[in-house]
Design a binder for this molecule. Structure first.
Ligand code: FES
Length: 129
């Protein structure tokens, strides 16, 4: 076994990562925190640390959209969703994360392929990266 001289962290296997923005610019009603707290229950076994198929989850103070949220992104696909409520989040978990089929009507952007011809929404200002 090789020494980890740099004391690098280790990572358990996972297949996808979901990030939910909790910033108030895209989510002035503060729905994102509740959605994030619902995620473990919706993921069930897919959220378990010891499941090699696991879906990692996290929050972020800004994802650089800042309008029209709550907003979530799923990697590695780079699929960006508007998640208006828990029913929408449930669909994303069941259809995309479990079933492998992204929920087309909730997608507003795909990495490398904008679905919105005017990707900068009028009046919107990004407050992050
Ligand atoms: S505050 Fe949510 S994307 Fe910027």
């Amino acid at each position: 076994m090789e020494d980890n001289a740099l004391n690098l962290p280790t990572m358990a296997p996972y297949t996808r990562h979901v990030l939910i923005c909790t910033g108030h610019y895209c989510d002035p009603e503060g729905k994102a925190e509740r959605l994030y707290r619902a995620l473990p229950g919706l993921l069930g076994n897919l959220g378990r640390y010891d499941n090699p198929q696991r879906i990692k989850r996290g929050t972020c103070p800004c994802l650089g959209v800042c309008y029209g949220g709550p907003i979530a992104v799923v990697y590695p696909e780079g699929i960006w969703y508007r998640v208006p409520d828990e029913a929408a989040l449930r669909r994303i978990v069941e259809e995309h994360l479990r079933g492998g089929e992204p929920v087309a009507e909730l997608i507003f952007h795909r990495l490398g392929n904008s679905l919105t011809p005017h990707a900068t929404i009028e009046g919107a200002q990004s407050h992050g990266t």
